[in-house]
Design a protein around this ligand. Structure first.
Ligand code: FE2
Length: 430
């Protein structure tokens, strides 16, 4: 009566030992001890079954290009931007597609099935847009890829950017991007936000801007973005990515700003791996962390999600498509190490990120797509702690990736022979 069954699963909301029945690619039932048979049965054995990981902020056109045409020696944002500038003229569509497909293979193995990628549309050839549209088509059976038209060199600062952004949207990019803090002046930054929100309103598209990715406490383009969102009636379809300047802002001003963000229904996307490494670079000691104010935004009812941003590219030499590493870094940087905080960093790379990407049919409920990840961990906190192994990944009920459990063999007298890293539970759950 089912096409597939997942037996004895723990769910992120705390339900334990339930069965999930799958029919026609969708979740047909979630109950204790579901009666019935299925062609495919996955035994979860009391481990966590989650909806897939969602990366709401990535750069697929640059991924896996580390070392091309040379390494970023300083590891700074500015050298990364310079390097990307050197690389862009020699990029080919074929090479970008090939690297992106390889990254998507890795993503699927990590249970990451939804990605929003910013596409640099500042080169007149628009090769990046052409390549990413091809990737979006090729990965569609297993990854939903949303593409943001991102004027990396500045919408008003870079000659031709106004036309290139419009052309890239005509080609089929999904979302209007921006980078107001990179425009020449604060006034130009505000003007770019207004112009880009107007385009989104005219074309009926969402907005996702790199906004205030700086340590400058006076970089306040998020205030303009919130105001323009309300003015153009874009509530619920605008995201502010990074917002790192909020880390350095005056507390009194932030108390006003967070209410404006909440009023505008803006989704906030922090990128903890990148914020902690690229911000605070002009500081001696103490060094600022540079991530936006995640707990305070959440407390105000703002939807906050985390992105990976970069993997092995001019800006970041590390990363492996593991959204649990992203969540773990956020827990450390925020810091959010209370039980509630640790649970909410898991939400920020699953349900909150899905909300920011406005995904339909996402989640663990009857009628949702049967997109599921079985983790080698019993609950979300353990998953974050271990960056847990992905034992099985299902897309529309079909097994698209699997892994053997991670077990180690010990060779110690008087100690167990085999240990399972997921078998170290807290003495009590509060
Ligand atoms: Fe970014």
């Amino acid at each position: 009566m089912f096409d597939g069954l997942v037996r004895n699963a723990n769910l992120p909301d705390g339900r334990k030992g339930v069965d999930i029945g799958i029919r026609d690619g969708r979740i047909a039932a979630i109950e204790m001890a579901l009666p019935g048979e299925a062609a495919t049965v996955i035994e979860a054995r009391g481990q966590l079954v989650s909806p897939p990981f969602v990366d709401p902020h990535f750069h697929m056109d640059a991924t896996l290009s580390l070392g091309l045409p040379r390494m970023n020696r300083s590891g700074t944002l500015l050298e990364g931007i310079a390097l990307w500038g050197e690389l862009k003229p020699i990029l080919t569509v074929e090479a970008m597609v090939e690297r992106a497909l390889r990254y998507c293979d890795l993503a699927v193995s990590r249970g990451l099935l939804f990605i929003r990628s910013h596409v640099d549309v500042s080169d007149p050839t628009l090769r990046t847009a052409e390549a990413m549209i091809e990737v979006r088509r090729r990965v569609k059976p297993y990854i939903d890829l949303q593409l943001v038209a991102f004027p990396q060199d500045g919408y008003l600062r870079s000659p031709g950017a106004v036309d290139l952004l419009a052309r890239s949207l005509d080609m089929g990019l999904d979302i209007v991007g921006g980078i107001p803090h990179f425009e020449r002046t604060m006034a130009d930054g505000a003007a770019s936000v207004e112009a880009l929100c107007r385009i989104a309103a005219d074309r009926g598209l969402p907005v996702d801007m790199h906004c205030d990715e700086t340590d400058d406490p006076l970089s306040r383009h998020i205030e303009t973005l919130a105001a323009e969102t309300v003015r153009f009636g874009l509530q619920g379809r605008v995201a502010g990515s990074h917002l790192t300047s909020m880390h350095s802002m005056d507390n009194y001003y932030v108390s006003k700003l967070i209410a404006l963000i909440a009023e505008a229904g803006i989704d906030v996307i922090a990128n903890p791996l990148i914020n902690i490494t690229l911000q605070g670079r002009h500081d001696t000691y103490p060094k600022r962390r540079g991530m936006t104010r995640v707990p305070e935004l959440l407390a105000a009812g703002v939807n906050v999600a985390f992105g990976h941003d970069c993997v092995m590219d001019p800006w970041y030499a590390l990363g492996s498509g593991d959204m649990l590493e992203v969540a773990s870094m956020a827990a450390h940087v925020a810091p959010m190490t209370s039980r509630e905080g640790l649970r909410s960093v898991f939400d920020a790379v699953t349900v909150n990120a899905a909300k920011a990407m406005r995904l339909d049919g996402y989640g663990l409920h009857v009628g949702a797509e049967a997109d599921l990840v079985l983790l080698q961990a019993r609950d979300p906190i353990e998953a974050v702690r271990l960056k847990a192994n992905r034992l099985a990944v299902l897309k529309g009920g079909r097994l698209v990736a699997s892994a053997e459990p991670r077990l180690s063999t010990l060779r110690l007298d008087g100690r167990p022979e085999r240990i399972d890293e997921a078998a170290y539970a807290p003495a009590a759950e509060a």
